[in-house]
Ligand binder design. Structure first.
Ligand code: SAH
Length: 259
């Protein structure tokens, strides 16, 4: 029995949502794709133009609601590749940052499908930047830690995180904000430490809410902060100036280019 050798899977990091932040390699992979399975946070509005020959499949997940389960996504990747298609799996940000990219690569390898990965611009760094916040800055901090807030951290993890110092960037952290702020305060971080929550980075409705570790919970709930959002905890938050203005300039440029 022979299997098709033509089919393949490419995991593509789509960046934080603005198609202008796709890499050249990502654009090339999309252009030659036969099938694209894309996520909610990947840039998908312009997919019909970016992937003109491809069958587009939305496998987007929203928090707490998974229209297509992970096993099903992996099955679709393998099946389409086995049928001979060049499959692009377009993911938000970078495929290997909390993106289950490793699992999808393993599923393809287990099925004998050639698979490669094109890195993407992760929201962990780019969304703070869109709000004018550098995750490191000479003389302020030489260290940043990226944490998933998908599940609450353990007490030990809070202690280690507080002990490390530096900038803390949290993805998927809106729901677990209460445990995180409590844990970090308990283990000695200053109540006055600045916190920024950037929602919907690189979209026209991007919004930054600034508070301190002690007030973050109250301020976030008063502002009705929602996912997707990136949390930044640390002195670098104070370096933000016209962050959202910078992001809207980028969007304006994008709009004028597409006119
Ligand atoms: N692989 C992705 C992260 C996947 S986890 C990456 O490298 O960026 C999904 C989380 O990423 C969201 O819950 C949110 O915390 C963050 N995120 C992704 N895009 C975002 C955006 N445009 N604005 C705000 N947060 C975003």
């Amino acid at each position: 029995m022979t299997t098709s050798t033509r089919g393949s899977v490419t995991l593509v990091g789509g960046g934080p949502g603005d198609a202008k932040l796709l890499t050249v390699a990502a654009v090339e992979a999309l252009r030659s794709a036969d099938v694209v399975l894309y996520d909610r946070l990947a840039p998908h509005d312009t997919l019909p133009e970016l992937a003109p020959h491809a069958h587009l499949i939305n496998v987007g997940k929203t928090p707490g609601h998974h229209p297509i389960g992970q096993t099903e996504i992996e099955r679709l990747l393998v099946e389409h590749a086995q049928a001979g298609s060049r499959v692009v799996r377009l993911k938000g940000g970078d495929p290997y940052v909390f993106g289950r990219g490793a699992e999808e690569v393993a599923a393809c390898r287990a099925a004998g499908i050639p698979v490669d990965v094109i890195p993407g611009v992760t929201s962990a760094i780019s969304v703070p930047a869109a709000a004018g916040i550098p995750v490191t800055a000479r003389g302020v901090t030489h260290l940043f830690t990226v944490v998933s807030g998908h599940a609450p951290l353990s007490d030990d993890e809070h202690r280690h995180l507080a002990g490390l110092g530096g900038t803390i960037v949290v993805l998927m952290g809106v729901a677990t904000l209460p445990t995180l702020t409590q844990g970090l305060l308990k283990h000695g971080l200053a109540p006055t430490l600045p916190v920024a929550i950037i929602e919907r980075g690189f979209t026209p409705t991007q919004r930054t809410t600034v508070a301190t570790l002690a007030t973050a919970l109250h301020v976030a709930s008063a502002a009705a902060v929602r996912s997707p959002a990136v949390l930044v905890i640390g002195e670098v938050v104070g370096l933000a100036d016209s962050g959202d203005a910078a992001a809207s300039r980028l969007l304006d440029t994008a709009a004028s280019l597409s006119e």
